[in-house]
Design a protein around this ligand. Structure first.
Ligand code: NAD
Length: 490
């Protein structure tokens, strides 16, 4: 009998869904069904695909209450946060459906002096079958960034969601089929299971793999995909920093950072985990941060600020990181070890941990924040960049200066006088560097990520007497070649 996976409400342990842990043979079969639908989906062209993506979006918007409730129960986040996650996901579907045609249109290129008789162009061709492996922290928004973009680019998709949140993914995939009854099976397919099922998808006959999850798993996924080899896009962990300069609006910065750090119980890849604040305003910033966090509390009631830790194991990581920070000389300025409960963690802020501490160097993925005092913005930039991750960051300062500081951060994206702003703008790409991965989803860069270029050179007419691309060339042309080289490149 097939092994089953049970997903549970992280606050109550109530069963939310039971799904099969699919075997490699089942994953292979799903990929074959997907492949059989690829020509149909590709043949629809951008207009046909756009209509179907919009039908899907409308279906999800129409049944939003049901999906929001499922997100709340399976992941633990408050309903308002679940609704925001759905809204942003629908924004991305809308943008990618509307813009795929213009972003992926055939581009004409200049042929150059030597090949003036050629017409040159580049098509963007769908990869074929794209495998998507997703995490549990944003079980809708995160895989959707790859799924919707890959579909709009003309690919069919096989989605393997996290084993902790399969019901949300099942709902999302079923909504596509319900909204598009004319589509053959396989345009968007769900495969469920844990790491083995994910590894089986990497080994199946797919053409590209988009992975979102931890850095440790990303390394394994890349190694498995190298066996075939299959190209990968890796969206991995982060350790995002916010820089608060002396000329920042400290109240606004504290409000934004409180949300960026504690929202979703800190389980956000692009959440704020570190703050670097100039000494001149450090104490005033801490007062504002304390105010912003006053009354902020976890739970699953309608007035609670954020939910429980979705995975119990993460609570130990948070405990280890804050303890290491304090053992290294930091002090608690909000909360303490007592804030760490069995299922929930109340906000914790530690001041001035050592730069080498795991609390500063490793992804904590909980409602915690380190605040480090710096003497200058230069020091803040240097410390912010001195981690192995490079996902995102934020800068708080007067606008022009803030943009200049943002350009010095070695990350895939930066928000200025805000947190997470880039994730809400559907035309912006999302992705990292270093241990945060590579490749991009969302926006034009995301659409291109799920296609391959095909170059076409059309000889419009032969240049009489100058047969460069022939076996037999006249002697004068052979003699002239060195002169042509010097003329063009000397
Ligand atoms: P995870 O790495 O534990 O699991 C992610 C997915 O990989 C799951 O579906 C899992 O079943 C699958 N998997 C596990 N082992 C596998 C293997 N050997 N081969 C193939 N698949 C395998 O991550 P998680 O705990 O679900 O998610 C949290 C992590 O995701 C955090 O590090 C967070 O920062 C990161 N994340 C990154 C982004 C981004 O855009 N960069 C977005 C969301 C989350």
């Amino acid at each position: 009998m097939t092994e089953q996976i049970i997903s549970r409400d992280p606050m109550t342990d109530d069963v939310v869904a039971t799904v099969p842990a699919m075997t490699a043979a089942e994953v292979d079969a799903a990929v074959e069904v997907a492949r059989s639908a690829a020509d149909w989906w590709r043949g629809l062209g951008h207009t046909g695909r756009r209509a179907r993506l919009i039908a899907w979006r409308r279906r999800m918007a129409g049944d939003a209450d049901e999906l929001v409730d499922l997100l709340h129960r399976e992941n633990g986040k408050p309903r308002a946060d679940a609704a925001l996650e759905l809204l942003l996901s629908l924004e991305h579907i809308t943008w990618t459906a509307a813009n795929a045609r213009s972003v992926l249109r055939t581009e004409c290129r200049r042929p150059g002096v030597l090949t003036l008789n050629f017409g040159a162009s580049v098509d963007r061709v769908p990869m074929g079958v794209v495998g998507v492996i997703g995490p549990w922290n944003y079980p809708l928004y995160t895989p959707n960034g790859s799924v919707a973009t890959a579909l709009a680019a003309g690919n069919v998709v096989v989605l393997k969601p996290s084993e902790h949140t399969p019901a949300v993914a099942r709902w999302y995939v079923d909504a596509f089929a319900a909204a598009n009854p004319d589509a053959p099976p396989g345009v968007l397919t769900l495969v469920t299971g844990g790491p083995e099922t994910g590894a089986a998808l990497c080994r199946a006959r797919i053409d590209k793999l988009a992975f979102t999850g931890s850095t440790a798993t990303g390394r394994k996924v890349m190694a498995t995909c190298a066996e075939t080899p299959i190209p990968v896009v890796l969206e991995l962990g982060g350790k995002d920093a916010a820089i608060v300069a002396a000329d920042a609006d400290l109240g606004a910065a504290a409000d934004a950072i409180a949300f960026g750090a504690m929202g979703n119980a800190g389980q956000t890849c692009v959440g704020i985990e570190r703050v670097y604040v100039e000494r001149a305003v450090r104490d005033r910033f801490l007062v504002e941060l304390g105010r912003a966090l006053q009354g902020v509390r976890p739970g699953n009631g309608p007035t609670d600020s954020y939910g429980p830790m979705t995975m119990r194991g993460q609570i130990d990581v948070v405990h280890r990181h804050v303890t290491a920070a304090v053992d290294g000389g930091a002090r608690f300025v909000v909360g303490g070890v007592g804030s760490i409960g069995e299922r929930t963690i109340a906000p914790i802020v530690v001041l001035d941990p050592p730069h080498s501490s795991v609390a500063v160097q490793e992804e904590t993925f909980g409602p915690t924040l380190t605040v480090t005092t710096v003497e200058s913005v230069d020091e803040a930039v240097r410390l912010a960049n001195d981690v192995r991750y490079g996902l995102a960051g934020s800068v708080f300062a007067r606008r022009r200066r803030a943009v200049a500081i943002a350009r010095r951060l070695d990350t895939g994206q930066v928000s200025v006088n805000s947190v997470l702003g880039f994730a809400a703008v559907p035309s912006l790409p999302l992705g990292g560097r270093g241990d945060s991965g590579f490749g991009r989803i969302h926006g034009p860069e995301g659409l291109r990520e799920f296609t391959r270029p095909r170059a076409i050179a059309v000889q419009r007419f032969p240049i009489p007497g100058v047969p460069l691309l022939r076996l037999r060339r006249p002697a004068w042309l052979v003699r002239a070649l060195p002169r042509i080289i010097r003329l063009l490149h000397g």
